[in-house]
Ligand binder design. Structure first.
Ligand SMILES: Nc1ncnc2c1ncn2[C@@H]1O[C@H](COP(=O)(O)OP(=O)(O)OP(=O)(O)O)[C@@H](O)[C@H]1O
Ligand SMILES: [Mg+2]
Length: 342
């Protein structure tokens, strides 16, 4: 993937993985926010436990960094079963998947991240596994080819995707449960920030935690990342304690503004406002003008801007709102195409 953004919801690097891993809630009761989803899950898990049955296949979708992987681990743990994690692009050969599936026990969880990127061969292979708990495996070739029918245990497939729309309908339909994760409100993020601060032994004032939460684009992974930047700043420029002043200065220095927008967000908005006179502009044209991959814009940049109403999606493309222009100190229409933009 392209550049690393401090406010990107995606994972970056192994060190970060380690820290985020240590901050990961391990039970449903530790999982903050997403109240509706949690309530539904509690019932689902309790019912499955009572019947001593595996949970139905679950599809989790929503922007990066909101806790899909965390939830998959929690579900496995709450069911007292093991979890095997893999990803759409990582599953290349049917034989690999066969090996994984035949090793699963009743109630075990197979977690497939980025499930919208499964190859069609693997997808076909997975249908009977999901539906009838069996796989058809072809051995030998040509005239000697035989299909062996291998029965599987009652496992639970948990698929995660940032783009439910990119899943084929047959695959989507085979998930009994579809859960959408939405951006977290600042109150919930503030709780997450305070919890993480405690785990990382960072002294942070409540108001400072609110500042970090307010600039985290509704995303726990970003909140945890900003918290560490703020901690570093406090250690170098202050006495280690994080007050409001330190938090604001640290995040300003990182280029994360009061709404949690970074340079790329601002560039995107500014481009629509000044270059495309407020829009509408197609995503391909925007990608070309900004010299950014369309996937990056669609997965990492747009969802939050849509959420806060800074951009809108219309049939003819993206438009920008008055509010967004005000935030940037610009006016739609008057600041026409400008040479200094690029
Ligand atoms: N509800 C929550 N409460 C507390 N911390 C959370 C919560 N959800 C996520 N986190 C934190 O955010 C981090 C990112 O979560 P996670 O890896 O589950 O995101 P994800 O949705 O799987 O993202 P991706 O789409 O990039 O795989 C975790 O390390 C965890 O510390
Ligand atoms: Mg994940």
């Amino acid at each position: 993937m392209g550049r690393e953004r401090i406010v990107g919801g995606d994972q970056v690097g192994n060190d970060e993985d380690l820290v985020q891993f240590s901050l990961r809630p391990s039970s449903l009761s530790e999982y903050i926010g997403q109240h509706e989803l949690r309530a539904k899950l509690e019932v689902l898990l309790e019912a499955a436990r009572q019947r001593d049955e595996a949970v139905e296949h679950v599809l989790l979708y929503g922007p990066p960094g909101l806790g899909k992987t965390t939830l998959a681990h929690i579900i496995a743990r709450e069911m007292g079963s093991k979890i095997i994690s893999t990803s759409g692009p990582g599953l290349q050969r049917a034989a690999d998947l066969m090996g994984i599936l035949t090793n699963l026990n009743d109630g075990d969880v197979l977690f497939i991240d980025e499930i919208h990127r499964l190859s069609s061969v693997i997808e076909e292979f997975i249908y009977p596994a999901m539906e009838d708990y069996k796989v058809d495996f072809v051995v030998d070739k040509g005239a000697f080819a035989k299909v062996i029918n291998v029965p599987l245990k009652r496992f639970t497939l948990i698929g995660a995707t940032t783009r439910a729309g990119m899943l084929s309908a047959p695959l989507r339909d085979r998930f009994g449960l579809h859960y959408h994760l939405d951006f977290y409100p600042p109150e919930d993020l503030a709780i997450i920030v305070r919890r993480s601060a405690q785990l990382l032994e960072i002294q942070i004032e409540n108001e400072a935690a609110d500042v970090v939460a307010g600039r985290s684009r509704g995303t726990p992974r970003i909140a945890n990342r900003l918290l560490r930047r703020v901690r570093d700043y406090a250690a170098v420029k202050g006495d280690g304690k994080v007050g409001v002043d330190i938090a604001v200065k640290a995040l300003d220095t990182e280029g994360v503004d009061s709404m949690g927008l970074d340079a790329l967000d601002r560039k995107l908005l500014e481009t629509i406002i000044r270059y495309y006179k407020g829009g509408p502009v197609g995503i391909e044209a925007l990608g070309a003008t900004l010299n950014e991959e369309i996937d990056t814009l669609v997965d990492m940049v747009e969802p939050f801007l849509l959420k806060i109403g800074y951009i809108r999606r219309t049939k003819r493309g993206r438009t920008v709102s008055e509010e967004a222009a005000r935030h940037l100190g610009l006016k739609i229409g008057t600041d026409g195409p400008q040479a200094d933009l690029f």
